[in-house]
Ligand binder design. Structure first.
Ligand code: BES
Ligand code: MN
Ligand code: ZN
Length: 493
């Protein structure tokens, strides 16, 4: 998709379709729509009053119009009146998704309440996301070329057009988001640790240094928490590390982004139920996000002192699987009693976080589909984060806000640490359900000493069904945030 900004009036922008946001407050056409309404001979008033489009129940409506440059208007339900990156991203996504398979090559998207540069960039990313077709990866032969049409040119209409590089950077970020979605959507028989490592090796083309550790290296380093999970499968574990050209020179300021890479989470011996177990191919969404973010930053700002770390495993029940009650010694020397083999994410992250720190990371952000509790508490729109110190968390949250992702802080209540006491080891990997979202973060905190943020995308990584803004499957959650954070981090050095 190509993108540009245009500060003409919406009525005079040349495009196949003009997208007009409609707010909940717009029962009667408001003054800022009057010009457009008049130019189209009252088409907007007619649509709204006749009830063809009710912004409370309907997501979009497409009508043919005359009198303006565009041949059609697409009404997009845009929630309450207001501006901001999150809203711009979501609404732009609804618009391009609605036009899938239609004859629209160009879309003019009206930023009706104006947006700053971040809002423009977010709209561009969202519009790109709306053209994503998950099934295109494995193919669907019944689709004809006409059904596969998407918007190819996006024109952002508003008064505050940003510098050109803002929009070209946004498209690079959108590419990263798309790659993360594709990786996360890929099935576990197709994408297992070794394959993920092969794909990561491709980042050498972007100037990155790619290291891949296998079981022997992990053993030598004492990464027994990672190995305990990883040895359950015929697909051996891998630890992927991607360093940008700027990593070495980073000195006393280096950022590591660490992503949970469970290619499939069956639960292991503590086997999950069959219902929706297929979704657990997405348990590698964190790894997909950090690799995609690293690739994007490598292309936009290779001098950034950034490293992506992805511990990759498949969590399976088998003769070599670890058992509840097993005790493993993590790389940092702490012993862990594995109460539940389904709490595997924190085990692989324990070693990955410590390893990242040993490699010289001064700041860490991990991204993980760590708990079902995050999905219960936050749903699919919001990612939960924990921070130590909280100031570092604020930087991460600011990066999320700027790119239109929604993060919300949870308390890292180490007061709960004693509920993780073990009779046989230093810590258990799973305790009573109460407060389990917080306790999962408290567990991780035992394996990091530098400033650190843990982002739980258990609910926000993928959609369980099609929505107006995106199709079922991975959303590429946190990619845009991590790219922004890394660039802000480098700028703040
Ligand atoms: N990958 C799951 C968490 C998950 C579940 C993410 C559903 C998204 C949707 C994780 O490994 C897991 O199984 N967590 C357990 C932890 C429990 C055993 C302490 C959970 O959340 O139930
Ligand atoms: Mn699990
Ligand atoms: Zn898991």
């Amino acid at each position: 998709m190509r993108v540009r900004a245009d500060s003409s009036k919406p009525a005079s922008v040349q495009a196949d379709v003009l997208a007009v946001p409609i707010y909940r407050e717009d029962r009667e056409p408001p003054p800022d729509l009057a010009q457009l309404d008049e130019a189209t001979g009252g088409a907007i008033t007619r649509t709204l009053t006749w009830g063809e489009f009710n912004p409370i129940e309907d997501e979009t409506a497409l009508i043919e119009v005359e009198g303006i440059k565009a041949a059609r208007i697409l009404f997009v339900a845009s929630g309450r009146r207001g501006r901001g990156a999150w809203r711009a991203r979501r609404n732009a996504s609804k618009a391009t998704r609605r036009l899938q398979g239609r004859g629209a090559t160009s879309l003019a998207f009206w930023l009706r309440d104006g947006e700053d540069a971040d809002g423009y960039a977010a709209a561009a990313i969202g519009a790109s996301q709306g053209t994503f077709r998950p099934y295109a990866y494995y193919g669907r032969v019944r689709d004809t070329p006409a059904m596969l049409r998407s918007v190819e040119e996006l024109i952002l209409v508003g008064q505050e057009a940003p510098d050109e590089h803002v929009l070209s950077d946004a498209m690079a970020i959108a590419d990263g988001v798309e790659w993360a979605r594709e990786l996360s959507n890929r099935s576990a028989n197709d994408l297992y640790p070794e394959r993920m490592a092969e794909l990561a090796r491709g980042l050498a083309d972007d100037g990155c240094t790619v290291d891949v550790l296998g079981p022997a290296e992990m053993q030598a380093l004492g990464m027994n928490a990672l190995l305990g999970v990883g040895m359950s499968s015929v697909h051996e574990p891998r630890l992927i590390a991607v360093k940008l050209p700027g990593w070495e020179a980073g000195g006393n300021r280096r950022l590591a982004i660490v992503g949970k890479g469970v290619c499939f989470d069956s639960g292991g011996i503590s086997l999950k139920g069959a219902e929706r177990m297929e979704e657990m191919k997405h348990d590698k969404a964190g790894a997909a996000a950090v690799l995609a973010a690293a690739r994007t930053v490598a292309r936009l700002a290779p001098e950034t002192p950034l490293m992506a770390v992805a511990p990759m495993v498949e969590n399976m029940p088998s003769g070599t699987a670890q058992r509840p009650g097993d005790v493993v010694k993590a790389m940092n020397g702490k012993t862990i009693e594995v109460i539940n083999t389904d709490a595997e994410g924190r085990l692989i992250l324990a070693d990955a976080l410590h390893w990242a720190e040993k490699e010289g990371a001064t700041h860490i952000v991990d991204v993980a589909t760590l708990t079902g509790a995050a999905a219960v508490a936050f749903g699919d729109m919001i990612s939960a984060y924990f921070a130590r110190p909280r100031e570092w968390g604020s930087e991460v949250a600011a990066a999320a806000d700027a790119t239109g992702e929604w993060f919300w802080e949870m308390p890292l209540a180490t007061e709960y640490r004693d509920t993780l006491d073990s009779a046989h080891a230093d810590i258990v990997n799973s305790a009573a359900r109460e407060g389990s979202l917080i306790k999962s973060a408290v567990f991780l905190s035992e394996f990091v000493t530098v400033p650190w943020v843990h982002v739980d995308i258990g609910g926000s990584a993928y959609l369980m069904r099609d929505k107006a803004h995106n199709p079922k499957g991975s959303l590429g959650t946190t990619v845009s945030t991590l790219v922004r954070l890394a660039r802000d981090f480098a700028a703040g050095a």
